[in-house]
Design a protein around this ligand. Sequence first.
Ligand code: GLY
Length: 400
Amino acid sequence: MAGAGVIGLGVAWRARLRGLAVTVVDPEPGSGASWTAAGMLAPVTELHYGEGPLLALNSASALRYPAFVDELEQSSGCEVGYLRCGTLVAAWDAADMAGLTDIHGFARSLGLETELLSRRELRARVPASASGLAGALSAPSDHQVDSRLLHSALLRACVAEGVTMVHTAAYQWLLRGDRVVGLRLADGTDLQAPVVVLACGAWSARIGGLPPEAVPAVRPVKGQTLRMRTVGPPLLTCVLRGSVRGCPVYLVPRADGRIVVGASSEEVGFDLRPRAGAVYELLRDAQALVPGLGEAELEEISTSLRPASPDNAPLIGPSRVPGLVLATGHYRNGVLLTPVTADAIAGLLADGTLPDEVAPFSPTRFDQATAFPQATAFPQATAFPQAATFTQAAIEEDVG
Ligand code: GLY
């Protein structure tokens, strides 16, 4: 297994439970998108027009969450902050409310549970919301998990079950003929394996040695989130999102009083530097929805890279290269898709079959398409950069 974010560890844990010997290679487990993610489990409110096939997979994974969390918390002895809190999408103005009304109709036509709230109903449910908001769409089944707690629980469960962790970067694929037979690590060690699962997120295309046409079609999309801490009674008890003058923002309240605010979306390659403008926009728009957030402590700015595929959907299953299985490209839904991906890949490794629900997400679906430029632009191996996390203290130090 290459990659120890929530997807890699989820697969490793489930594969180990199926009786397989598993080694996971990652220089710094959980330092990528799993660290920055807000952990929204949002098949409804992350739904974008044109992503219909993804909805079924997202919904299937959301349904698995309660049992997955129960088993994981039992196995690891750690809570993961799974909160069935629901989500509200606030309307900034009347035009926005009209858009949400369309989405409500679309969602209902797909059998999804949503409800429209008037301005007054929104204020009654979220007293901290700004007074001028025009109303909201409620998605009562869109919940959240604390992605950092989820990751540490997966790590503990993996270790408890006997998964071997190797804290070195994967450098190059080992090939025998056209078959992947293992990985060369950055320290020169070769690890042989009958099957290697690639779960390196945005860095999935950067392990060297594959023929260009077999390099996974995954590119980085930078995302920044902020961690804020409030004191006193919680400002929010459900996820609140909205589009403030066309700029999307979400606020995810944790049980401990923290609020995660996200997220920027920037196509800037492997650039992990926090961008001041993105921080400004997130703070501006989050406060436009919840003015009281202006009093919160800004604890952290976190930046990482979402792994995006050409159709925004994940790559789950065997690649065109024998011995190489992909579990990557989860883009905006990696935390949500962890249970369904983990079970699907563990099943593939254990009995050679994949459930029908992941069939539309075969990594080979792009084979007839034009070669993906980003994927072929990085044929050489590079070390895995880490997600950049900047604490307030570090920021103060930097600005002197
Ligand atoms: N799933 C939220 C995001 O990618 O920002």
